[in-house]
Design a protein around this ligand. Sequence first.
Ligand code: HEM
Length: 184
Amino acid sequence: METVQARKTRIALTSLFLAVACASLSLQGCGAAPGEEKDLAPPSRSGAQHGDGNGTVSARLGGFDGILAFLENSVVPAELADPEIAPFFTRLTETPGDIEQCLAMLLDHDLGGESPHFGAVLLDGHQCRSSMSNIHRGLAIPDRIVTKFIVIAGQQAALAGVAPADIQEIADVLDSYRGGVRNK
Ligand code: HEM
């Protein structure tokens, strides 16, 4: 059962996201000229990005490969460019590539794709972990920073031409892990 506070936070986040998406879209004139728009995964996006209901969000993002490329090329650079986010990524116990692959699988899974939720063993032997609390233990990430992290991911998705409804789903998935990520 969702508490009133949780519902307020979710609604606030939803509004924030729509504002971010609209701001980004209008900055680009609500749709950049063909060829100017950054693309997540051209082959699987045709039509579906305009919210015609086909397929899953994961499929519209290009599945695991599209999500991984989006994280590597757009989200990570934008997160690390933020002076409040970057310091949390300075004492890692795994490689940035491992983090990106594990997060891409988690997102792919939760957005309707076929990746395992967790537990995958990567080429370098790292096994993706399941416990958000353990993953983020000792980082002491404030709630406000979790929100900022999600907003930046949403901004990048908007810039990449992802439909607002799909951005909202990505935000909802990330937000669903907030409790395990913050203040650990
Ligand atoms: C909002 C939802 C978030 C999700 C779903 C998430 C998910 C993940 C995942 C899947 C990993 C890879 C761990 C593995 O499987 O081995 C990871 C690692 C990591 N995350 Fe997050 N994360 C979130 C937010 C954040 C935020 C807001 C920060 C900091 C600002 C952060 C900092 C880190 C760091 C530093 C690592 C690497 C930990 C290490 O090297 O031991 N995460 N996260």
